[in-house]
Ligand binder design. Sequence first.
Ligand code: URA
Length: 472
Amino acid sequence: MRAVDIIADKRDGKELTGEELGFLIGGYTAGQIPDYQISAWAMAVFFRGMTSAETAALTRVMLGSGAVIDLSGIPGPFIDKHSTGGVGDKTSLILAPLAAALGIRDPMMSGRALGHTGGTLDKLESIPGFRTNLSVGEFRSILAKDGFAMTGQTREVVPADRLLYALRDVTGTVESIPLITASILAKKAAEGAEGLVFDVKYGSGAFMKEASQGEKLARSLADTGAAMGRRIIALLTGMDEPLGNMVGNFLEVEESLDCLEGAGVRGRPGPEDLMEVTLELGARMAVLGGKAKDAAGGRALCEDCIAGGRPRELFLRNVKSQGGDPVKLLELRGNWRSPVGAEIRVPPGAGESAKNGVSGAPLYIRRIDAWKVGNAAVALGVGRNRTEDPVSPTAGIQFHRKRGAPVKAGDPVMTVWSATEEGLAAALPRLEAAVEYGAEPPSPQKLVLKEITAGPAAAGPDASTGPAEGGR
Ligand code: URA
């Protein structure tokens, strides 16, 4: 076989065999096929797509590029959730300890910032000392002890995704349904989860801009996951506006801690949009884990559990288990920020055309475009332009007002922190352009649009082997 022939076949729209995909991905992982050939192949896949058989074969080949984590000897149920990527999306940081407190074990293998979207690993690593490059042995023992463990693709586990993910990020080949499906499912199959909840995002800040594309991705994940014997629930959720009030690595850790302390839950002040999505995902994790019989019951369970404080305790315990310093984290909370900062306020004359010259007419934020915010965040240092770029733990954006808020000229909309002066200069115009004002409030938006399920039936309540050690 020759890589060039396989690339040309995909370019011409042919279906590749598992053997061909194995040759290509195996050769790449072994360092025998260069980046430029895999980039060309990924671009051909981007334009030509893949059949469902090809997508499943690619997932299996990527999974087979490394070890599968053996969870035998650790009591389950093992349920994980994965997001297809968004801006301000920190639900994993809240859900993993929440699931653990419900008696579900969450073996979580996540990714880094990709394109304009943030990465769970980068957020966690902003906690001083926190390690996400766990060996398989460390992953197992932390999972057994804390009820969840959070790691990245390594040289041992799904090494093909570690390479391909970084390559796609810089070659314009992220937004491909089969490549996203294989990337996510290979990680999820390797970590040993039996049931998976997918948060499939659509909207300006997602890789899938339209709900119809998001639904296709959700179906691809559900069908491929079910073909691999996993129970799947996929929620299609909106990503037109950043989720929550913070975008940035340490800022998002702080916001997650706030939510673990009850912010935004049951009418308490806080990021309601973030907690709406988090609780809906948590509810499905509870259902798949056999802790609730339906989503409504699962949601109530999650809300009670947060109110009881156990998820926060488990989060801080896991910080310590993964090498981080929980005392330092709490000390830095609220005051660790990049030195270069600015505030964006409602400009004089904002929404003037919409007000039809009527001075004193009401003014609302109609939209904060997540795509523009995500790109500005990369300029600030939150994400990266090149694989090898470091990210800043303390750069980011805090929103003081979001979609639907009534405003007047001079009101603060966001505070911005940057790793560099140049970063701030590049980000500010993008952030100013991200906010749209108007004389009418925007119509209410449903954050969870659709639910798609697949795979063997979920277990009933209490069908699990009981609470995880470290659980309730
Ligand atoms: N998340 C992943 O893990 N992989 C992708 O390709 C996109 C989002």
